[in-house]
Design a protein around this ligand. Structure first.
Ligand SMILES: *Cc1c(COP(=O)(O)O)cnc(C)c1O
Length: 330
């Protein structure tokens, strides 16, 4: 486990570690990554390089952002009776593209890097867990590592402790952040398997080539320990189920509004997707007027309420968001 001062830095370290691993395993040519369109992994340069190339504004920094390979977003999934369901034909087509891409470029790829099941800042998009399982299988078949970015999804937010559990996937490298400290102080971590660590330890370099001054800052670690103890000692699973049910009901009225493209919920994440970019100042003002503070982006109005939110809180959040969307966009 390697502590970092932000999620972006933990992703930098994960990418660096994967390249060092491949070199140590006798594959120095494997220095690139396969990532997903619509992904978001942070704002530092290596992390940017695996973000969606258009949303990630790669064109603004052509000399600094490394070229990586991208697959389209996996097919969308919807919650039906607690299961994530998607079109099997679309899943099969995506998996075939994944297999072909990796087979063609394995010699230059160190790892597949993705956000498991829920892409966050790249679009609050929920995709088929089967595609995550396929990424695990294909990575193993071709000697690539699987890096899962659980910075937004970790610690119960999607209804599983980690979103990777939706596909029973065990990654080689995982990044956590955000909820690690309950949002109170900046701390993130990169975790890797013993196999990855042992391979690097046995290499001539012997260690990961990274060392931030304030890594494992004691105050931040104390906050993380307190936050994790709190998570362990509270019934987070039924709490997140209640968020999912409550947001599902509270946001449902938005689905029939004219400017609304989609309404979706997974765990403690509720999303209203509009068919045009959100008028952020107007919508924020309208939402505050209805008693709710939100921070929309692009065409997305979303909420990730605390696990302790009550049924009344969820009803108020849903009603406020629906009213604000109706007032500003209909
Ligand atoms: C927020 C986020 C990051 C970046 O974390 P910072 O702490 O903001 O640097 C990386 N990946 C995902 C999935 C995120 O949601």
């Amino acid at each position: 486990m390697f502590f970092a001062d932000s999620g972006s830095v933990s992703v930098e370290v994960a990418l660096k570690l994967a390249v060092q691993y491949q070199a140590a395993a006798g594959h120095p040519g494997r220095g690139h990554f396969l990532a997903l369109r619509g992904g978001y992994h942070g704002d530092t340069f290596a992390a940017m390089s695996v973000c969606d190339p258009v949303d990630g504004m790669h064109a603004q920094f052509p000399h600094l952002v490394a070229q990586q390979r991208f697959l389209p977003r996996p097919p969308q999934a919807r919650l039906v009776d607690g299961m994530l369901v998607s079109d099997p034909a679309e899943v099969a087509a995506w998996v075939q593209l994944l297999e072909e891409t990796v087979a063609a470029h394995a010699g230059e790829l160190a790892a597949i890097v993705l956000e498991p099941v829920l892409q966050g800042a790249g679009g609050m998009y929920i995709y088929a867990p089967e595609c995550l399982a396929a990424a695990r299988r294909v990575a193993t078949e071709h000697g690539l590592l699987l890096i899962v970015d659980e910075i937004a999804t970790g610690f119960g937010r999607t209804g599983e402790l980690f979103a990777s559990h939706w596909a029973s996937v065990v990654p080689d490298i995982m990044c956590v952040g955000k909820a690690l400290t309950g949002g109170y102080l900046t701390l993130a971590a990169m975790l890797c398997s013993s196999e990855v660590a042992a391979t690097i330890k046995a290499s001539p370099l012997r260690a990961l080539l990274h060392g931030p001054t304030f890594m494992a800052n004691p105050l931040a670690c104390a906050v993380a320990v307190a936050s994790l103890k709190l998570l362990e000692s509270t019934p987070w699973r039924p709490q997140v189920s209640a968020l999912q049910a409550g947001l599902g009901v509270a946001l449902a009225p938005a689905a029939t509004l004219p400017g609304v493209l989609d309404v979706r919920v997974l765990g403690g994440v509720g999303v209203i997707e509009l068919d045009t970019p959100v008028d952020v100042p107007a919508l924020t003002r309208a939402a505050v007027h209805h008693g709710v503070w939100v921070r929309p982006f692009r065409n997305l109005v979303y909420t990730m309420p605390p696990y302790i939110s009550t049924a009344e809180d969820l009803a108020a959040i849903g009603a406020g968001l629906c009213a604000a969307v109706e007032q500003v966009h209909c």
